[in-house]
Ligand binder design. Structure first.
Ligand code: TYD
Length: 221
């Protein structure tokens, strides 16, 4: 019996990095480049990406919501992620699309696990449960120092949310945690210095994604 042809291989790519790393710029450039190559790309972000996720986003990021302790914060991010994975990411990957998410589980491990001191193992476990173990095929880590991140946020002149307004040593813990995650699984990460020129970063990311797409596409058909 001949099996029907497999659907095209979907791909899930996450952008991670400290506040002010330039993730949104690079996610937008990668989306445009892949669409120009003819791929169907779904660009999304965390927290958010679904109606309930957007509500949870303002709950956890806006100032003036009253006290939100660390465990509550971790659970809100994980709840938003559960909806995002089930409603948006997993279905799109199953349709063969390329999903590009601005932040994913690593942000919770770094910000809540390391930054808030909840422990990286506990936060990982919570999020593996929330997402039924869906990990990205590739995580692009834009590595930014706390000082550079702060300078870039100041230059952008945007109001800082609850997490961004934490002090530099909080952001240093986060940076260290992201780098540790990448070092543990180098095959699933592309780590780039956020200071590099924007076009140089964009070219390196695009090349890596095309190589991955070719490899996974060949493997899955
Ligand atoms: P956002 O405006 O998306 O920041 P950025 O443009 O830097 O990505 O706000 C997201 C903030 O929420 C950011 O400070 C990181 C934080 N965050 C967590 O603490 N845990 C998480 O799981 C996620 C997804 C984000």
């Amino acid at each position: 019996m001949t099996l029907p042809p497999s659907p095209p291989a979907g791909l899930f790519i996450a952008f991670e990095g400290g506040d002010g790393a330039g993730k949104s710029t690079q996610a937008a450039l990668l989306t445009a480049a892949l669409r120009a190559d003819g791929h169907v790309v779904l660009r999304t972000r965390e927290p958010g990406g679904t109606p309930v996720g957007e509500k949870l986003r303002s709950l956890v990021l806006d100032h003036g919501q009253g006290e939100i302790d660390a465990r509550c914060e971790a659970l809100i991010f994980a709840a938003a992620r559960a909806a995002h994975t089930a409603q948006v990411i997993a279905p799109a990957v199953a349709r063969g699309e390329i999903v590009i998410s601005d932040r994913y589980i690593d942000s919770s491990i770094a910000y809540q696990g390391a930054g808030r001191g909840l422990g990286t193992a506990a936060v990982r476990q919570l999020n593996e449960w929330a997402t039924e173990g869906l990990w990205p095929d590739l995580t692009v880590l834009l590595d930014v120092t706390p000082e550079d991140g702060r300078d870039r946020r100041t230059a952008a002149d945007a109001a800082e949310d609850r997490l961004e307004s934490e002090p530099d040593d909080f952001h240093a813990d986060i940076r260290h945690s992201f780098l540790e995650l990448a070092a543990a699984h180098p095959e699933r990460y592309l780590v780039l210095a956020a200071r590099l020129p924007i076009p140089e970063l964009a070219a390196a990311i695009h090349a890596r994604v095309l190589a991955l797409r070719a490899r996974l596409g060949a493997g899955r058909t």
